[in-house]
Design a protein around this ligand. Sequence first.
Ligand code: DHB
Length: 396
Amino acid sequence: MTTADRTRVAIVGAGPAGLLLSHLLAASGIESIVVDRRSREEIENTIRAGILEQGTVDLLVESGASTRVLEDGNRHDGIELRFAGEGHRIDFPSLTGRSVWLYPQHEVLRDLVAARLAAGQDLRLGITVERVEDAETTRPRVIGTDADGHPFEIEADVVVGADGSRSAVRSAVTGGIRSDLFREYPFAWFGILCDAPPSADELIYSNSPDGFALISQRSATVQRMYFQCDPDTDPDSLSDAQIWAELQARVPGTTLHEGHIFQRDVLRFRSFVAHQLRRGRVALIGDAAHTVPPTGAKGMNLAVADVVLLDRALGALLVENDERPFDAFAETALRRIWKAQHFSWWMTSMLHVAPDASQFDRERQLGELRSVVESEAGRSYLAEAYTGWPFETRLP
Ligand code: DHB
């Protein structure tokens, strides 16, 4: 027997995008069902980036989704770009009036899950979504099997695919046509989490002859660091001593505080934009719609910007019966998506050393870095993009 439910918005994916959307919709009185394949524990322990744009933080706080971000998060007023043996600080407030916050994604998820459960959100975990049907009607349906293996259907006014880069919803929007726009990068990041005090006050993005390194943080006692590696690197192939030697060589001028490495992973770069973000009453947001390379930490922030737009569009559609903002959703979202795609590409290519880089390429890259740090216009461009462009407020 198939269980059939009905809701206004069926959201596939309980990551930051799906949970935040359900939270904002509820504030406008729009009920939703959120489903996810994973357990609460898996969702809350997803290790991802740690930097929130100013606009993301303001939204989390103002919407009541998280107050902890202000207590447990750390405001960062700048980053350091390091190259050719020198560090150059980019000061965000003086250039843009904004800052960023170091508050890891899994903390955002803990806050969102707690807020949604406290509000009585219909959140169904352990659910496998197989497909979405009837996208082009006013009654699209999510079809799959529940945690006990029983078939279910959810009929909704709108279905949202917020189910990550391996989205089960995406083919209902793109028609399964593989004409998505994508770019491959010839490197990955070797990431570690370790027990150690911070090695610097702010994040260090370092371009060194040995390749890129990023010295990030998690807390006073746990640090996150990355270095550029070959995408086929096996995370277990390096000893702790080799990892520290790689990291240390890439941030000349700083002595890293070493400590017990308790997690290591190789993050492959994925970069794509779906060729369509909406079909009929089905829309894609977050990693289901686009992924960016990690340099610059745009991934989750871009998902939040999608949510802001879609929340407004769904409010207009479902409360005021005005279809125009929903019709304009994809075009409006794509403007920011491509700006973020460009910024992530730019930070990546400016800071990493391509495996086949010539001496010319290296010297040009240093020239590029100098033209950024030595000019207020260059520093401002970086600071504006890093702290996040204002959310789009114009609606048709
Ligand atoms: C982190 C990740 C990023 O991609 C970045 O640009 C900055 C910080 C992080 O995991 O801390």
